[in-house]
Design a protein. Structure first.
Length: 266
């Protein structure tokens, strides 16, 4: 097969809103064919079964990460299985803000693939972390990624919030999209990603649970850093103030209120 024919076939199979860069990345990940190979229209050898698999999954709008098994986050490729929420670019801001102040211990609530927790461990080599993830497949991904990046000895993976322990940082990208907004969410998210990682029964209750836990498990100078959506900001701000947290919010790259940082009120 010619490399250009491979690109054209996958381009036709994918939705029109999928950028060419994603197709090039897909070809590189799955078939080991570079963008230069396509430009030069080199002769390539492609496994026929794998080729048919990718064409079919693209046609069904399956997310890129579930086809390749990986998603890039904070400059690294993290292993992702179907059933695990795919880490997003905007969540990298969560890590950026966490790293602005020192911490020795942290807890990541709802670790998913482990992308946040492992990025923090790699960027702060003296830190220790706890990843809380209820999903078995999420725990598997976090464990695999921790071993891949050789931080498994510094990360505890648990299914429930630990009763003991104090943390300098409690961080989370929790489910926060209200069911009322279901129709506005991208089709690929609703069709393929774990809905429990997107739609909680009560978004504010999720944040209440995290902050209530933080009251007894956050060090005096510690921070809680949460990814949010703008529609919950007002309720979250009232909640934070009512239980003794100072609240500030940071906008994402699209200028939406996206990350809130909470600390104990002085």
């Amino acid at each position: 097969m010619k490399a250009l024919d491979l690109f054209k076939t996958l381009r036709r199979s994918a939705s029109s809103d999928v950028p060419d860069s994603t197709i090039y990345n897909l070809i590189s990940y799955v078939f080991g064919v570079s963008k230069i190979d396509v430009a030069l229209d080199k002769d390539i050898i492609v496994d026929e079964g794998e080729f048919r698999r990718v064409v079919y999954l693209l046609g069904e709008n399956v997310p890129f990460a579930y086809i390749t098994g990986y998603e890039a986050f904070y400059g690294r490729d993290f292993y992702v299985l179907p059933g695990v929420f795919i880490p997003r670019n905007e969540t990298e801001l969560l890590v950026e803000l966490a790293l602005k102040e020192p911490f020795n211990s942290f807890l990541d609530f709802g670790s998913g693939s482990g992308a946040i927790a492992i990025s923090l461990l790699l960027e702060n080599p003296k830190s220790q972390g706890v990843a809380v993830e209820i999903s078995h497949v999420g725990q598997l991904c976090t464990k695999y990624n921790a071993e891949k990046f050789e931080v498994q000895n510094r990360l505890a993976i648990v299914s429930t919030l630990p009763e003991n322990g104090m943390f300098d940082l409690i961080i989370s990208n929790p489910p926060y999209v209200a069911y009322e907004l279901f129709e506005e969410v991208d089709y690929s998210v609703k069709a393929f990603e774990p809905l429990q990682a997107v739609f909680p029964e009560d978004p504010v209750m999720v944040f209440r649970d995290i902050l209530t836990y933080s009251l007894s498990h956050l060090s005096d100078a510690g921070r809680v850093i949460l990814e949010i959506d703008s529609y919950v900001e007002s309720d979250l701000q009232k909640l934070a103030s009512s239980i003794g947290f100072y609240y500030q919010v940071t906008k994402d790259f699209s200028q939406f209120d996206r990350i809130c940082i909470l600390s104990r009120s002085s």
